[in-house]
Design a protein around this ligand. Structure first.
Ligand SMILES: Nc1nc2c(c(=O)[nH]1)N(C=O)[C@@H](CNc1ccc(C(=O)N[C@@H](CCC(=O)O)C(=O)O)cc1)CN2
Ligand SMILES: Nc1ncnc2c1ncn2[C@@H]1O[C@H](COP(=O)(O)OP(=O)(O)OP(=O)(O)O)[C@@H](O)[C@H]1O
Length: 189
């Protein structure tokens, strides 16, 4: 199946899965990274997160967790929707006073927030394989950023229903170091 059809099918599966999740479950999943991954994250690591859309794996608990441990948190930011994605300092994951609406309807750090280069990057997925291949929204934003920043530790967050046997991987597709779902850790590879 091509990427476009796969995205359509996987977004529908994700939507249905999240719609049937009991409210009480939402706060219990993705609380903090599994121990094998935490052991790979240095105390000084800058942590790149994303502001989850309702159907994506939630990141609120990870933001609180890393903030409490003294990590610097960064979020994606676009100065121009047609331009590259960058990451910038997110100082207030609890109060969310330092973000505004940006490209793609997503909330992002203010334009004067310091630009940062995350050492560890948690990325949203549309689909993944158990070998660490990923399918994203199709903008190429993460693929491009990862091509320019090959040393970052890249970890996908996804629901179990987003796993597929195979993806039509292209040369520019950047693999993940690990994937976390509510029931499994795939990798680290
Ligand atoms: N929460 C979140 N933040 C993110 C991303 C993401 O996938 N999720 N990105 C990933 O690159 C970057 C923004 N790029 C994006 C590129 C395309 C679409 C997009 O096509 N959105 C669809 C709706 C998708 C859906 O229904 O799930 C749209 O606008 O029609 C979204 C974000 C950085 N921040
Ligand atoms: N390193 C790169 N340099 C230039 N163009 C790139 C690069 N990586 C990806 N692209 C372009 O971005 C577009 C989207 O790529 P693709 O469909 O693989 O995105 P994706 O798997 O959904 O991942 P992403 O989350 O990165 O958007 C493609 O047209 C691709 O050619």
């Amino acid at each position: 199946m091509d990427k476009k059809s796969l995205r359509k099918q996987l977004r529908a599966a994700r939507r249905e899965h999240v719609a049937q999740l009991p409210d009480a479950m939402r706060g219990l999943v993705f609380r903090h990274p599994p121990a094998p991954l935490l052991g790979m994250i240095g105390d000084d690591a800058v942590i790149g997160l994303y502001r989850a859309m309702p159907e994506e794996a939630p990141t609120t608990s990870y933001a609180g967790f890393f903030q409490e441990r003294g990590h610097t948190i960064a979020l994606p930011r676009f100065t121009d929707p047609a331009g590259p994605m960058e990451f910038a300092y997110h100082s207030d994951p609890y109060g969310e006073t330092d973000i505004e609406e940006g490209a793609f309807g997503l909330h992002q750090p203010l334009s004067d927030a310091e630009k940062l280069s995350p050492d560890v990057l948690f990325v949203p997925l549309v689909g993944f394989t158990e070998r660490g291949e990923r399918l994203g929204q199709g903008g190429g934003h993460y693929d491009r950023w990862l091509a320019d920043n090959p040393d970052s530790l890249t970890i996908g967050l996804a629901w179990d229903c987003q796993k597929v046997e195979a993806l039509p991987i292209e040369p520019h597709d950047q693999p993940l170091a690990a994937i976390v779902t509510p029931t499994r850790l795939y990798g680290p590879f």
